[in-house]
Design a protein around this ligand. Structure first.
Ligand code: SGN
Ligand code: CA
Length: 523
């Protein structure tokens, strides 16, 4: 009898333990299923990468196969713009889904990001996502709301970059920034808690000034002569702010600092971007640039000939730097493939703003004018977006936060000022914006006057203030390169009145009190 009882108890225990095991397995399964229903999110943000240099956008300057792959497998946004075309403000807008006047980070020179405020990262984190930011951050304060971060101090360095670590220490990693940042990102992915969905932001330093390529990419474009943009010798007639800027290839771009033309080892040694290289890196740099310097010296160029020489050098360095950026974006995509993450991971690639590649004679950004205002943005989201989708709706960096929350099934806070982009891809497609509002505040380096304005499907209305106090108006249909300011010309009274009313509505909508005050007080 005892034997029977023992047998029965054992059977019961066995089946109970089976039940418990099954229950545990079930939980793991359910939690994994749960994790799988929430898409992972990878956002790659580059610095100053011009859409003019991306083959998916029709560039003939170079091939960017990996950015193109995201576009081909998802959507390319042909009309993506930023709210304030400069690094820190763009990142603050991406994080918060708010204009600079609301998130407080108005310019790179005086702002510090208030990390205690709400962000899409914090919302994702609260809903069970692992969150991480690696690479360029440039928001001055420490990142908040992340399970992990490892960021470049300020602009960071191309060679052997330092990183700020979560424990307050600084860590230098040998290598080239784009490769190193990708290595750190993959390392984080390898070691993450794989039961949770994740949101990883990879912030690249490339292609920011001073366009230092990876040594393996030096000389990639040496055989190419790039055509001068048709407006390279723009005289900025009728455009006062453009006349006052300090961002021309002719005058502002420096032969040493920017184009690595150093007369001797001492002047090269003084350059902090170069003197942090190790002996092997420096040797390859010198072997490449020294003969170019000798050739330049022998030619004795002046005037336009020198400016055009600078333009060719600029393009070669800039595009070579972009080669490494694109290659490392490819590594991210390969990683997702290799780990079976592609199907359930949203990938967004974007630049923090546009950039000039010689148009109007310029480099840099800051303006509401097209090359600066418009930015590269492509997104792959296999569950919701068909391959080869082309979007011509106005979208903004402001929309990243609500879009990501929407995709993750997390409520979008009412005070976020952007809109989810996902309804643009629904069966019954939502109607996009008719107008975009812009406000640039900084009044320092490169001498671009602060300004705000709007772009509609046809027109652009701009109000400059502080450095220059005036209006500009462009009919983009007949003047897409914004060469002919028609503000105040006869025949445009009605459209100007209408556009000013629209501008006022936008200022009210986004509660931009600074702009409101300028319109009230006239400066
Ligand atoms: C640096 C650059 C500028 C650039 C700003 C902002 N000068 O100050 O040319 O406009 O960054 O760039 S440098 O001599 O330091 O390279 S941003 O991408 O951070 O907005
Ligand atoms: Ca930037």
């Amino acid at each position: 009898m005892y034997k029977d009882l023992f047998r029965i108890t054992r059977m019961a225990l066995n089946s109970a333990s089976k039940l418990v095991t099954m229950a545990i397995l079930g939980c793991i399964f359910v939690s994994q299923c749960h994790a799988q229903t929430k898409p992972n999110i990878v956002i790659i943000i580059s610095d100053d990468h011009a859409y003019q240099a991306i083959s998916a956008y029709g560039s003939k300057l170079m091939q960017t196969p990996n950015i193109d792959r995201i576009a081909n497998e998802g959507v390319i946004f042909n009309k993506a713009y930023v709210t304030n075309s400069i690094c820190g403000p763009s990142r603050a807008t991406i994080l918060t889904g708010k204009y600079s006047n609301k998130n407080g980070f108005k310019d790179n020179e005086s702002s510090t990001f208030d990390g205690s405020q709400d962000s899409f990262i914090k919302r994702l984190h609260a809903s069970g996502y692992l969150t991480s930011w690696i690479g360029k951050w440039h928001l001055e304060s420490q990142p908040q709301g992340f399970d992990y971060w490892q960021v470049l101090p300020g602009q960071g360095s191309y060679y052997n970059p330092d990183f700020l670590m979560m424990d307050g220490s600084k860590k230098q990693i040998n290598g080239y920034a784009s490769n190193v940042i990708e290595d750190v990102a993959e390392n984080w992915l390898n070691n993450r808690d794989k039961t949770k969905p994740f949101c990883l932001v990879i912030g690249h330093k490339a292609t920011h000034r001073t366009w230092l390529p990876d040594t393996t990419d030096l000389g990639r474009f040496d055989k190419v002569t790039f055509p001068l943009p048709h407006d390279f010798y723009d005289q900025y007639i009728n455009r006062k702010a453009a006349q006052l800027q300090d961002m021309t290839i002719a005058k502002t771009m420096l032969l040493g600092y920017d184009l690595k033309m150093f007369p001797d080892a001492e002047s090269e040694d003084r350059e902090s971007t170069i003197n942090r290289m190790n002996a092997a890196q420096r040797k390859r740099m010198d072997a490449y640039y020294k003969p170019i310097y000798d050739d330049l010296k022998a030619r004795n160029l002046t005037g336009n000939a020198l400016t055009e020489w600078k333009y060719q050098r600029y393009m070669r360095d800039y595009l070579s730097t972009a080669v490494s950026l694109d290659r490392n974006i490819g590594r991210t995509l390969d990683y997702l493939d290799k780990h079976n993450l592609t199907k359930n991971t949203i990938v967004i690639y974007m630049s923090d703003q546009g950039f000039y590649l010689g148009e109007h004679g310029w480099f840099d950004k800051r303006w509401i004018y097209e090359e600066s205002f418009r930015t590269a943005m492509v997104m792959r989201y296999p569950a919701k977006i068909k391959p080869n989708t082309k979007s011509n709706d106005f979208v903004l960096n402001l929309d990243i936060a609500p879009t990501v929350l929407d995709a993750a099934g997390v409520a979008i806070p009412k005070d976020m000022q952007g809109q989810s982009m996902l309804p643009l891809f629904a069966k019954k497609k939502a109607k996009g914006r008719d107008v975009i509002y812009y406000h640039y505040y900084e009044n320092g380096e490169h001498s671009v006057s602060p300004h705000f304005g709007i772009k509609t499907k046809r027109y652009k209305l701009i109000r400059f203030y502080t450095r220059v106090n005036n209006w500009e108006l462009y009919d983009l249909q007949v003047d897409p390169h914004e060469m002919n300011n028609i503000y105040g010309e006869k025949g445009y009274e009605n459209i100007t009145r209408q556009l000013k009313a629209t501008l006022n509505q936008q200022i009210d909508k986004f509660e931009d009190n600074d702009a409101r005050q300028i319109l009230i007080h006239g400066k």
